[in-house]
Write a protein that binds this ligand. Sequence first.
Ligand SMILES: [Zn+2]
Length: 615
Amino acid sequence: MNSAPPAPAPNSARSVRPFERRGPRPGSASRRIQRILRRPSANPTRRIKNADYFPPQAEPNAARVVPLGGLEEVGRNMIAVDVNGDIFVMDVGFHFKEEDDVPGADYTLPNTAYLEKNMARVRAVIITHGHLDHIGGIPFLMARFGNPPIYTQSLTRLMILKRQEEFPDVPKPEIVIVEVGQSVTIGRTHIKFFPVTHSIPDSMGVSIETPHGNIVITGDLKLEHDDGIPSERETKTWSEIGKDNNLLMIADSTNAEKDGFSIPEKRVQETLDEIIKTVKGRLIIGTFSSQFERMIRIIESAERYGKKVVTEGRSIRSNIEIAEKAGLLKIQKGTMVSAQEMSDYPPDKIVVICTGAQGEEFGALMRIAARQHKYIQFNERDTVVLSSSVIPGNEMSVQKLKDNLYRNRVTIIHYRSSDVHSTGHGNTGDLIWFNKQVHAKYFMPGYGYYSMLWCHARAVEQSGRPRDTIVIPDNGMVIDIEDGARINVHKQKVPSLPLIVDGFNIGDRQEVVMRDRQSLAKDGMFVIIASVNLKTGKLRKSPDIISRGFIYLRESQNLLNEARILIKKTIEDSTRNMNPIDLDYVKNNLTDVIAGYLFARTNKAPMVIPVLIGM
Ligand SMILES: [Zn+2]
């Protein structure tokens, strides 16, 4: 017997299942990992594992929508619209990594396999606004589907170009500037752009003409209103859209779990203005750099009350620079001062705008609160405004931030105590209003986790929309509207597993790598180094053991001694009568035995890595 047991076929259903341990099967998890470790690198011709459905081109009587990202999640937005034989791509976003999902990866991107497959028909990318979850994927993904021209408004263009500076090796995208109210013809298709209210200027929705009516995609939006009465601007925009024959509407669901109307940004600005005016002592405002409008208004208020502005955080500085460049903000000379110069002014003349209101470890606010900032130290006369809500998942870091802030005896004003934050996304009140204005034949909630999509769908249904006109989509779903009268959701999905950006690599989610990371994070590793005499099969000396993240070796001498004996016995038993000695076979055997032993002794399944040196 001198050959290793066969490894399971690559891409078998088993091999893509996440790491799991079902009941006490000693070493089974570890064995599975070992099998994967032995396998040659993933088969490059079969990149998409879970789904590789590619439907034939839509029939001429069908308008097709394929959401490629941004559903079942928030971020990574991308919707493909396939009409008149051409494909239009709405947004190319990315998403900061999910903690447990893809350990170690930097961020995830929409899966572009469908676009790659139909590259020749991809006519244009349309970017609705400049937030990273709508533009972040551009440097990584555009080349994959043929670098089509990007249509967007001027501020968004500046945001894209600014980001492009971080990727000097990626060719600059071709950007066509459009304006709201304008319509363009791309290929055979007329496309209109209309203004929407969001937390960044130059946000727009898109209306794409098809023979059976328009497909209206809102992008991120909320309603500008006064106590539920829409502003004149909104009424004008949306009644204009409502005049068209609208076939399908896809709208933002991010805040659909909240009833009533969203808090108008105007009220937030008024509250902040009042705070800037009245607070004695230094004022520190922590916010998101994506809140363009708010940062602009804060600077304007500071100027109004003769205060100086200090900015902390690269993204805030960079976005203020872009706002100036776009002509959205004209900062008076002498308003901006550096943190170093702060002490030259009385404290009640200082407003600091900074990042880190989510408790980000390296955010400016956290560094100041942890007394790690070179020039800014808090004291009890300071007031800190947390002008953001807590993003789900960040609760603990925000708690830590608040604790650290209070250790500095500062006064905190946050969104629960005062109207110092509103999001850029409409509540159900806003959403129902949009839906009625557009009165499209069909409706698809977009942008958000399933719970958000579902709440959005329920809200519009309760407001009178027939249930059978609503489709709740998943990523990768192929939705054809045939003859403008029938919805056909394909049974299979196009590939929609996120691509991941992992260090310098971009690729499909490497299940093997991710599972190793998960396993290492959970139970650590156990490395065995042994020299084997290739003639006799005996060990040259007692094996060395290195372990990380498994158990504290110094306090586990017994276990180590037993393990050494077992290693020696296993190797020497396996090599008995073997000629020539097959070290791979011995390794597999050793892994199984030791993994089983460690699990029996510790109830943990570290990754066992044997290194056998034949001499
Ligand atoms: Zn946005």
